[in-house]
Design a protein around this ligand. Structure first.
Ligand SMILES: Cc1cc2nc3c(=O)[nH]c(=O)nc-3n(C[C@H](O)[C@H](O)[C@H](O)COP(=O)(O)O)c2cc1C
Length: 185
């Protein structure tokens, strides 16, 4: 028994190369996202993407990202803004699983991308209100994260403080800390 390699080898790099991502590739990656399970099959995920070759769109999305993510995110060839639909279509009540379901979709997206040699780093460090305005996101939808994606680049192109973070080992909580048999212990 072993963990699937796509799962065990996944990590979130900050060093991206300038190799572009094509429209077809990003659409395939987003198709994988859209195949996720969701509560009431609501599929509450929406994605606004920008490829670097479309400078205007890329700058618009980049302007939503907080400063502390700029030094590395500027190298990514593609950005995706993840937006959830707040209410269920069924009854217009709050969809309390919308963020959960977006997580499933982004999980699919990450692994599909990795199967194509493309890595993902997600950002909570962005301004949701700026995203709403800049990207014309309507009422009833909430931008919740931005994803940078691309091929692995040269770590030496990052500032030294980020090179140090890139070189630090992955921290994973021991399983005993996060799983309980039968009841919480
Ligand atoms: C919802 C979410 C928000 C994140 N926000 C940021 C961020 O703003 N800046 C950043 O550099 N990394 C961010 N990360 C990346 C995490 O720090 C990273 O996934 C975590 O340290 C685990 O590392 P790994 O993905 O390489 O296993 C975010 C990840 C997630 C899932």
């Amino acid at each position: 028994m072993e963990i699937n390699k796509l799962i065990s080898e996944r990590y979130s790099p900050r060093a991206f190369s300038d190799q572009p991502i094509t429209e077809d590739q990003i659409k395939l990656i987003l198709k994988a996202a859209s195949l996720a399970a969701s509560s009431y099959n609501e599929q509450p995920w929406r994605f606004v993407y920008a490829l670097k070759e479309n400078q205007e769109a890329f700058s618009r999305v980049f302007s939503c990202i907080m400063d502390f993510n700029h030094d590395w995110a500027k190298h990514a060839p593609a950005l995706i803004v993840c937006v959830v639909k707040d209410n269920l279509s069924l009854n217009d009540k709050p969809n309390i699983h919308a963020w959960h379901d977006m997580g499933l979709a982004v999980g699919n997206l990450s692994l599909q991308a990795l199967s194509m040699g493309i890595y993902v780093r997600q950002m909570g460090g962005f301004d949701s209100e700026i995203a709403r305005t800049q990207l014309s996101i309507p009422k009833g939808y909430t931008p919740i994260s931005v994803i940078a994606l691309g091929y692995i680049g040269d770590i030496n192109n990052l500032p030294v403080y980020l090179q140090e973070r890139e070189n630090s080992p992955k921290q994973v909580k021991p399983l005993e800390e996060v799983i309980f048999e039968g009841t919480w212990k």
